[in-house]
Design a protein around this ligand. Structure first.
Ligand code: MLT
Length: 314
């Protein structure tokens, strides 16, 4: 029998509540998928799962916390594409992405939507494009900090249309959405898991989606893709995955991977995710090797794009 760092038998795991660290503020898409996943994993795993939001620095504070946590299976990380963008953005990142984590498997892929405050005087992408050109230098673009999904999409959007905007960073796109609805900021690129309810509720205006094809979600199906709106090849999908600190005992990793696999087949979880435009990954990506290989390929994909944009955080 394997003893964990705390001397408990790994076979009995879990014997106390497990913490999912979410590296962004409550109310955003990362928080949402973490809470839904915790719900779906509680059943196969048994025991309690609690969410701890550790926001800041584009998700790297929460990611660092888990990289340095005790490898006993009780502190896990639900993180997204920021795991692949941080190495290019944060010069003194406090962890090594491919060495300091156990890769438990991927969860989903989520497309993004380009949305605006409800008072912005444009009602389709062509009118938005004109408004942007008429308001150069005065446009506020909200995001969740350097390296966040909203930052990455915003970076690509600005470089595609060759218009620089004032970016307003938040601890997550949950709080950013509040200010967008209130009209304090003009635009945001955010995941459909967060924007769909607001679009359905008429709280924000939606102009386009970042997926290769139009989405089937009723509230989003009439939105053009940015590619068809003229930004050829524009495509951003935000993926989420589950991690543990390096050195977590194998029996615990196997229990967590099995519970993750079961959760991704939970009809309630799948229904919730798909209703918001998210896609659950295929089984072959819910394995540690496939997950790690994918993150490595994403680091190699986004690194050059970010460096070309010349954005750095110190
Ligand atoms: C992001 O832009 O990275 C996410 O929306 C942040 C969040 O989950 O709040």
């Amino acid at each position: 029998a394997t003893l964990t760092a705390t001397g408990a038998f790994a076979q009995d795991y879990p014997t106390k509540p497990i913490t999912f660290v979410v590296p962004f503020a409550a109310g955003g898409p990362t928080d949402k998928v973490a809470r839904d996943l915790a719900e779906a994993m509680r059943k196969p795993l048994g025991g309690q799962i609690i969410i701890e939001n550790v926001a800041g620095a584009g998700g790297t504070l929460g990611q660092t916390k888990v990289a340095k946590a005790s490898p006993d299976g009780y502190t896990l990380l639900v993180a997204h594409i920021a795991m692949a963008t941080a190495p290019a953005l944060y010069r003194n990142l406090q962890y090594k992405t491919l060495e300091d984590f156990e890769y438990l498997g991927m969860i989903n892929e989520v497309p993004m939507t380009l949305i605006s405050r409800p008072t912005l005087p444009a009602n389709n992408y062509a009118e938005l494009s004109k408004w942007i050109n008429d308001n150069k230098g005065k446009i506020n673009l909200a995001n969740a900090g350097l390296g966040s999904a909203s930052h990455l999409c915003g970076l690509l959007f600005q470089s595609s249309i060759k218009v620089e905007m004032v970016t307003v960073p938040y601890k997550g796109t949950g709080p950013a959405m509040t200010d967008l609805i209130g009209g304090q900021v003009d635009l945001m690129c955010d995941q459909t898991t967060n924007t769909t309810p607001q679009i359905e509720g008429g709280k924000v205006k939606a102009f386009a989606v970042t997926s290769p094809k139009r989405l089937s979600t009723p509230a989003l199906k009439d939105l053009p893709t940015l590619d068809e709106a003229g930004l050829k090849g524009f495509q951003v999908a935000i993926w989420h995955a589950l991690y543990a600190p390096k050195g977590t005992p194998k029996p615990i990793l196997e229990k967590l991977n099995a519970a993750l696999k079961a959760a991704l087949k939970d009809p309630e979880f799948v229904k919730r995710e798909e209703a918001l435009g998210a896609v659950i990954v295929s089984d072959d990506r819910v394995n540690p090797e496939g997950h790690k290989k994918f993150v490595e390929s994403e680091i190699n994909k986004w690194g050059p794009i970010i460096r070309a944009a010349g954005t750095y955080a110190d």
